[in-house]
Design a protein around this ligand. Structure first.
Ligand code: NCD
Ligand code: ZN
Length: 347
């Protein structure tokens, strides 16, 4: 296969940041994608509908001329979120989810939920009105090994949550383990998961063997290759509960190349091309369109896109650097060669 035309994809989990960064991040995402679920972990976080509206306007204003790329907004769940806020968010028409960060689990998550029991009323309301819950599925207990934090979260928190709210729509974000794949596979249709390009292309050897490589550091952290293979199998299976969410998370080069480097990989310099690489290597390019362009929209009850993009088999070298406002960052797989280009790249 030399070319592949698919419905224009959507990204169901990404970080655009704020301020000067927006011009760079929004212009990158709008090249090949139609819509993106914009994570609310700004500082301070986006905790209500009014803040989401202001943030959305800024994002829309940062789009390149003629772009019709659409931001989909989500609220940051805290111990103080009120059930009424969920109803307001639903009524806004532009908020499509609520994001649950266990407090302290990742970048800008300090204001997250200290104990999920505190959110019972909110979760009840979400279940009732069909508002999806997007979960960063890691425990934060310092006694739990960082490589086990997702699995322990599933066992201790997620299983109980699903029992207590059996109709709640849940997206387990950026899954990294065979345990998470199994959990979703054995669940009902209201449970789904997003998968990032870094967790499909790499494992913890890429991060740690032969030297520490901070640009592969994200949360949840890369796991061993058997988990990577389970994710590849899930993404390329055609099971509609697994869909695209890049978790593209920009950080300046200086903040990652540091004694205490930030968590997050930037992938919107080449997101669909990175996924195409995975699907091509797995001989499953025929499954890319469902994963990238259909299943997420279906899960969120949004229409599928009508426009298309074309991928072409032609080797190209990824840039060494991307802009992040007035600074530079090192994007995922910088300087390496990919086999697939998107139509827009050749313009
Ligand atoms: C994300 C970020 O930088 O905002 N970092 C990451 O490692 N993925 C936050 C997140 O989604 O966990
Ligand atoms: Zn994220």
């Amino acid at each position: 296969m030399q070319t592949l035309t698919i419905t224009r994809p959507d990204d169901w989990h990404l970080h655009l940041r704020d301020g000067a960064a927006l011009a760079s991040t929004v212009s990158d995402v709008s090249v090949n994608f139609a819509r993106g679920m914009v994570m609310p972990n700004l500082s301070p976080p986006i905790v209500n509908t009014a803040q989401a509206q202001v943030y959305r306007e800024k994002i829309l204003a940062a789009r390149p001329p003629d772009s019709d790329w659409q931001p989909l907004m989500t609220l940051y769940l805290t111990d103080n979120t009120a059930a009424e806020e969920i109803t307001r968010a639903q009524a806004s028409g532009f908020i499509h989810g609520v994001k649950y960060y266990p407090a302290g689990a990742t970048t800008n998550s300090d204001a997250g939920v200290s104990h999920i029991g505190k959110a019972s009323k909110v979760l009840e309301r979400m279940q009732e009105i069909g508002m999806p819950l997007q979960i960063h599925g890691e425990v934060t207990d310092p006694d739990i090994d960082i490589f086990d934090r997702e699995t322990v979260f599933i066992d201790r928190i997620l299983m109980r949550l699903v029992k207590r709210f059996p109709e709640l729509k849940i997206i387990v974000e950026h899954i990294t383990t065979s345990n998470a794949v199994e959990f979703v596979t054995n669940s009902d249709k209201n449970i789904s998961a997003t998968i990032t390009p870094q967790h499909l292309l790499f494992n913890r050897n890429h991060l740690l063997a032969g030297g520490i490589r901070p640009h592969f550091y994200c949360l949840p952290v890369l796991k061993r290759s058997t988990h990577q293979q389970a994710l590849i199998d899930a993404a390329t299976s055609g099971d509609s509960r697994f869909f695209l969410g890049t978790d593209s998370a920009p950080h300046t080069r200086a903040s990652k190349e540091s004694a205490c480097g930030c968590a997050g990989c930037y992938s919107h310099h080449a997101a669909i091309q990175l996924y195409a690489e995975v699907f091509a290597r797995a001989d499953a390019l025929d499954k890319l369109e469902g994963f990238a362009s259909h299943f997420g929209a279906d899960f969120y009850n949004l229409p599928r896109n009508s426009s298309k993009i074309t991928l072409r088999r032609q080797a190209w070298q990824l840039p060494q650097a991307s802009r992040l406002g007035n600074e530079e960052m090192t994007p995922l797989y910088a300087g390496e060669t990919l086999q697939w280009q998107a139509e827009n790249d050749a313009d």
